[in-house]
Design a protein around this ligand. Structure first.
Ligand code: DGL
Length: 272
């Protein structure tokens, strides 16, 4: 595969961002790297998260000669973008919770931010709210269970609506009219989330904005329009193996190969 765009997440959440990028750039090659051995990232200590992500992404960029990296994970983006940009000479795009558009769209001035425990507690998130939504009341909700529900859904396990309603119940009391999905796993559950919160709460995520950013960066660096009939989508995961449900879910999303991470010969070993 030549010069892929590398899209990274802890699990399958980054697929919500990948879908938006592919919609604008269908002829690119994509390498989707997911660190499911260490999922959920929202529970990891900061330095452990940073060191693992930087090492894994840099190694995969060097191995595949990737042209651009998308850190399609809010939790990782709160920490790893500066060290990653220091090490890499290609563009690195991160995900920022859609607080700024939410502050423009809300009518009653009450916004919710639903994200992982890691994202919710970071100074980065507090600064984002202070900068872009100082006039709004922003309620914060942290959940790693929802991350795991998103993983399970792609693997074909039905969403437990009762559990979902319990997780989302606090939002119904806070009278929010706009909910920022500040974890890339959550757009994969947006129908289910809306069925609990109703149509009075609009859901916002950053996928489309990230895709536009990728296009604009490639326009600056890649001066020719790509017409690649053989565009490929391949995946690498860091656990020893994945369930057959998850493998089938990924195949349904268009993956031609999904391979276990192998530090020595990452592409040829353990092909599923
Ligand atoms: N998808 C990720 C995010 O956007 C991380 C989920 C997790 O591993 O906790 O935050």
């Amino acid at each position: 595969m030549s010069q892929p765009i590398l899209v990274f997440d802890s699990g399958i959440g980054g697929l919500s961002v990948l879908a938006e990028i592919q919609r604008l750039l269908p002829s690119e090659n994509y390498l989707y790297v997911f660190d499911n051995a260490r999922l959920p990232y929202g529970e990891l200590a900061e330095q452990v998260l940073i060191d693992g992500c930087v090492a894994l992404i840099c190694e995969q960029v060097a191995r595949t000669n990737a042209k651009l990296v998308v850190v399609a994970c809010n939790t990782a983006s709160t920490l790893v973008l500066p060290p990653l940009r220091q090490k890499l000479s290609i563009p690195v795009v991160g995900v920022v919770p859609a607080i700024k558009p939410a502050a423009k769209l809300t009518v009653n001035g009450r916004i919710g931010l639903l994200a992982t425990p890691g994202t919710i507690k970071r100074a980065y998130t507090r600064q984002l709210i202070e900068q872009f939504a100082p006039h709004c009341q922003v309620s914060l909700y942290a959940s790693s269970e929802l991350v795991m529900m998103g993983e399970a859904k792609l693997a074909g396990i039905p969403v437990d609506h009762k559990q979902l309603a319990t997780i989302l119940a606090p939002m119904l009391n806070d009278d929010i009219d706009t909910l920022v999905l500040g974890c890339t796993h959550f757009p994969l559950l947006s129908d289910e989330i809306s069925s609990v919160l109703g149509d009075k709460v609009q859901l916002l995520d950053s996928g489309a904005a990230i895709a536009r950013r990728v296009v604009s960066l490639l326009e600056q660096t890649d001066n020719k329009l790509k017409i690649n009939q053989q565009a490929e989508l391949v995946g690498i995961y860091t656990s020893m193996q994945i369930s057959s449900g998850l493998l089938h879910g990924l195949q349904r999303k268009g993956f031609s190969r999904v391979t276990a991470y192998d530090a020595i010969s990452a592409f040829s070993a353990s092909e599923s």
